[in-house]
Write a protein that binds this ligand. Structure first.
Ligand code: SF4
Length: 340
């Protein structure tokens, strides 16, 4: 029996290796002996079968602006009911949600929300959709799938805010149940991922490319941490990859770091670094480049890449859609590249 009286669900994506289990959900590919749990703290080998111990266990529910995810080109200005669970498959030293993402199931209060109740909760909160956020949705996979399907069946939209640390097969199965993703690219070197996040960069980049290929609306967030992932060359390489592999119409958010968790001794990102990143992205031809966690008129609004007309004006979480007619720029007629 689980901590709140509901049975855990048998997990997907695993194979037996003797009595142990090889989990195939994320690139860690944990080999889990009987009675033990994977790196994510929520998938357990019980008697030779893998169980999703966090199924339907919810740590947080809030009504957020879509811009807080951040998603700027998906239903701008709409509120979205946002769900968080417990734990993560990465160990980022700068985790901004460490109170729920860097602890186990026993370490926090959790409530049980069966998937069938999720659409009604969205409607009761005047939200036309659901966001899986606050901690890593990948390790909540079975619940995210079941509840997202319920939402889609009832005409709601679905959003995932993810670290992209997922294997190819499970990612591809999200195609019909997830409409939009914001994926963190946390740095652009393998060293950063190995030393700061206990992960790898290459699978994250593959996930971004695959999600885009699948037709999911994808936006990218790059949190710039002084001395860790802020070298101009690294930012330039990231922008070049976006240009070459994701497309210039992919919205990119450069976000300002605040000292947190195990990086309390690292200072906030200077404005000049964020502006360098913004300028680099623009110089690479990226069309929608945004700045987060720091006021910046140029970095908050959406401008038409062809004629420069302002299309969506943002200030904090206040959003005004302007100069858009039939989903196109009112002046030059170019598509806005926004899912309305
Ligand atoms: S999802 Fe969890 S158990 Fe599975 S491979 Fe990733 S960290 Fe390991």
């Amino acid at each position: 029996m689980s901590i709140s009286g509901i049975e855990p669900k048998e997990a997907s994506f695993w194979e037996a290796e003797g009595e142990a289990i090889r989990c195939q959900l994320c690139p860690h590919s944990c080999l889990i002996p009987v009675g033990r749990t994977g790196i994510c703290r929520v998938r357990t080998n019980k008697g030779g079968r893998l169980y999703a111990m966090s199924y339907a266990k919810v740590s947080s529910i809030h009504l957020d602006p879509m811009e807080k995810k951040p998603l700027y080109h998906f239903k701008p200005g709409q509120p979205v009911l946002s769900f968080g669970g417990a734990s993560c498959n990465l160990r980022c030293q700068h985790c901004q949600n460490f109170t729920i993402a860097q602890v186990g199931l026993e370490d926090m209060p959790l409530r049980t929300v069966p998937p069938r109740e999720v659409p009604a909760l969205c409607r009761a909160n005047a939200s036309d959709g659901i966001a899986w956020t606050y901690n890593e949705p990948t390790i909540w996979y079975e619940y995210v799938m079941d509840a997202s399907r319920q939402c889609k069946d009832e005409g709601l939209f679905t959003v995932s805010v993810s670290n992209g640390y997922i294997q190819d097969a499970p990612l591809r199965q999200l195609k019909d149940v997830i409409d939009a993703m914001n994926i963190d690219v946390k740095g652009f070197t393998e060293t950063f991922y190995e030393t700061i996040c206990n992960g790898q960069l290459a699978p994250v980049l593959r996930s971004c490319e695959t999600a885009k290929e699948m037709g999911v609306h994808v936006e990218l967030t790059y949190l710039i941490i002084p001395t860790k992932n802020d070298k101009p060359r690294e930012i330039e390489d990231f922008c070049q990859w976006v240009r070459d592999r994701m497309g210039v119409d992919t919205p990119v958010h450069f976000s300002r770091f605040h000292p947190d968790y195990k990086m309390e001794n690292v200072p906030s990102t200077p404005r000049s670094t964020i502006e360098m990143a913004h300028a680099t992205a623009v110089s690479k031809g990226l069309e929608y480049v945004f700045i987060g966690n720091m006021p910046s008129e140029r970095g908050e609004n959406t401008y038409c890449p062809d004629c420069g007309l302002i299309l969506v004006r943002r200030s904090g979480y206040s959003v005004e859609v302007t100069n858009v007619v039939n989903c196109k720029c009112a002046r030059c007629g170019r598509d806005t590249d926004i899912v309305w």
